[in-house]
Structures are given as structure tokens and as C-alpha cells.
Design a protein around this ligand. Structure first.
Ligand SMILES: Nc1ncnc2c1ncn2[C@@H]1O[C@H](COP(=O)(O)OP(=O)(O)O)[C@@H](O)[C@H]1O
Ligand SMILES: Cc1ncsc1CCOP(=O)(O)O
Ligand SMILES: [Mg+2]
Length: 276
């Protein structure tokens, strides 16, 4: 069977070039830990970041943005209204938006709000395995704070169920990354075991997914962004002796990412396609 042309290294490379040509403005309502690395990653890969969350300006800012990220990492009541408004505005204006349900499962406050946002029309939900399982309501789900205690393989069925329930494309990251719309599952390899040891690299990936969603439909955007990011992460890991310098090397690798880097360090494979 010939590979689905939407989910190949070539398609990911084309999406990277299209994203860089468009230099999309990505609005980030994100956590305090992730703000700087997310902005640096977006700039390095070729997008234009803005960290904007005040309730008073989200309507206007979503209107001028090409994509939006809502990340609940340092959730507090004063941010909730801005997140709700931004999601509503993005849906009304048909702008793509990505939900990163950081720490979903850790507390009732966080889980309830993540569930609410998952029902507010995200284009893509990107989280680690524990977050996706918990958001899907899977039995026994729950990580260690913002870190996953499950493998992405273990979360695949939960991811499919979440995609079907929410209407969003769901991306589960870990050693292997999976992207699903509830019917088709695409597996992506790349990255490095050092990546979860450097904070907010998942958050910065969610921001990168949003940048690609400005130029491609959600499923293709998520696969392409994850492949590019995974390849850059793997390339970066060859240049460091530990997690400390990884964010800087990741930015440098994203800046020069090209067809050769993606082909050398990432794989993309359709693992499950059900015709329904
Ligand atoms: N064991 C691993 N091997 C290779 N890459 C990994 C591994 N764990 C995580 N990654 C990569 O790290 C990035 C962030 O994913 P993850 O750590 O799952 O997110 P989060 O930071 O939200 O928990 C992704 O690009 C993912 O592919
Ligand atoms: C450590 C931490 N605490 C609250 S948000 C945050 C960052 C989490 O980033 P990531 O999910 O990308 O590891
Ligand atoms: Mg995370």
C-alpha cells in the first residue's frame, strides 16, 4: 500500500516551508514556565509569537492572530475568563486553536477546566500520555503533576476516544508520538529521552503545532509539526551532554531544520486506518 501522501516526510517538509513563508502570528495563553522557551522555539522555527492573555484584549488579539494556544500549566482563576473568551472567539472566527491540558488529572480544578476547554472546540489537543488518558476519562489515569507516568502506547485508545468525543485531532507525545482523529492513527518517532528532562518542551511543541495549524488542516499540521520538532530534538540531543543546553540546541536545530534533518531523524507511519 502506498503511504498516505498527507503523512510523509515530504508533506512535513512542505508544511515547514509553507509555515515559514507565512510567518504566522501565534497567540499564546500559556504558563509562566513555558513563555520564554515557547516564544524562542516559535521564532526559531519561523513563526511570530505573542504571549497575550488579558481578558480585556483577547477578542482583539485572536482577531489578528493566525492561530492560538491555550495552555493550562499555571492555571489560576484570573486567567480562566480570558481562556474561555479566546476559545470562543477563535471558533467564531474559524481560527485554529490548540489545547495543551498540562497536568490534567493532578487536581479536580485543573481536570474540570481541561474537560471544559476540550468541549470548547479546539482544533488540536496535544498532551502527554497521562494528560490525554485523564482528559478522556480513562480509568486509573493521572500522572505525577505535569509529568506523565504512562507510555504513549498505553494512551492510544484514550486518545482515539477523546478525538471522537471532542471533534479535535489528538496528539499524544512520549517516546513515540501518536496523532489521531479517532479513525486514523499516525505514529511519529524522533526526539530524545532528554526532552522530558527539560521543562516546557511539550508546551513549546504545542505552540509549534499551532504555527503549523495556521497553514495546514489540523491532522496534517499536528503530524508535520511533531515530525519537525522530533527531528530537531533528536539532532539537538547529539550536541549536548545533558538536558541543560537542550533548549538552546533545539532552537538552533529548528532554525536550520530542512528535508535532510527531518528524513534523518524522524519517521512518520500510518499505523491504524479504519474506514468508518
Ligand atoms: N522517551 C522519549 N524519547 C524521545 N522523545 C521523547 C521522549 N519523551 C518525550 N519525547 C519528546 O519530547 C517532546 C515533549 O513531549 P512530552 O515530554 O511527552 O510532553 P510534556 O512535556 O507535555 O510532558 C515531544 O517532542 C516528544 O516526542
Ligand atoms: C513544570 C511546570 N509546572 C507548571 S507548568 C510547567 C511546565 C510544564 O511543561 P511541559 O508540560 O512541557 O513539561
Ligand atoms: Mg506538557
Amino acid at each position: 500500500m502506498s503511504p498516505n501522501p498527507s503523512f510523509t516526510i515530504e508533506a512535513a517538509t512542505d508544511a515547514l516551508h509553507a509555515m515559514r513563508a507565512a510567518r504566522p502570528l501565534v497567540q499564546n495563553i500559556t504558563n509562566y514556565v513555558a513563555m520564554t522557551i515557547s516564544a524562542n522555539v516559535l521564532l526559531a522555527v519561523g513563526a511570530s509569537p505573542a504571549m497575550v492573555h488579558a481578558t480585556e484584549e483577547v477578542d482583539d488579539f485572536v482577531a489578528i492572530s493566525n492561530a492560538l494556544v491555550i495552555n493550562i500549566g499555571t492555571l489560576s482563576p484570573t486567567w480562566i475568563e480570558g481562556m474561555q473568551r479566546a476559545a470562543k472567539r477563535a471558533v467564531a472566527l474559524a481560527k485554529p486553536w490548540v489545547l495543551d491540558p498540562v497536568g490534567c488529572g493532578a487536581t479536580k480544578f485543573r481536570t474540570d477546566f481541561a474537560v471544559e476547554m476540550s468541549r470548547a472546540g479546539p482544533s488540536i489537543i496535544r498532551g502527554n500520555a497521562s494528560e490525554i488518558m485523564s482528559l478522556a476519562g480513562a480509568a486509573g489515569a493521572g500522572g505525577k503533576g505535569v509529568d506523565s507516568t504512562a507510555s504513549s502506547d498505553a494512551a492510544m485508545e484514550a486518545g482515539k476516544a477523546l478525538a471522537r468525543a471532542s471533534g479535535a485531532v489528538v496528539a499524544i507525545t512520549g517516546e513515540t508520538d501518536y496523532v489521531t482523529d479517532g479513525t486514523t492513527v499516525v505514529a511519529i518517532t524522533g526526539g530524545s529521552p532528554l526532552m522530558p528532562l527539560s521543562t516546557a518542551l511539550g508546551c513549546a511543541l504545542s505552540a509549534t503545532v499551532a504555527a503549523f495549524a495556521a497553514v495546514r488542516p489540523p491532522f496534517e499540521a499536528a503530524v508535520a509539526a511533531i515530525a519537525v520538532y522530533g527531528a530537531a530534538g533528536a539532532a539537538a540531543a547529539t550536541r549536548v551532554t545533558g538536558p541543560g543546553h537542550l533548549p538552546a540546541e533545539l532552537c538552533d536545530a529548528l532554525y536550520v531544520a530542512d528535508a535532510d534533518m527531518i528524513a534523518r531523524y524522524a519517521t512518520i507511519r500510518v499505523v491504524d486506518e479504519v474506514n468508518v
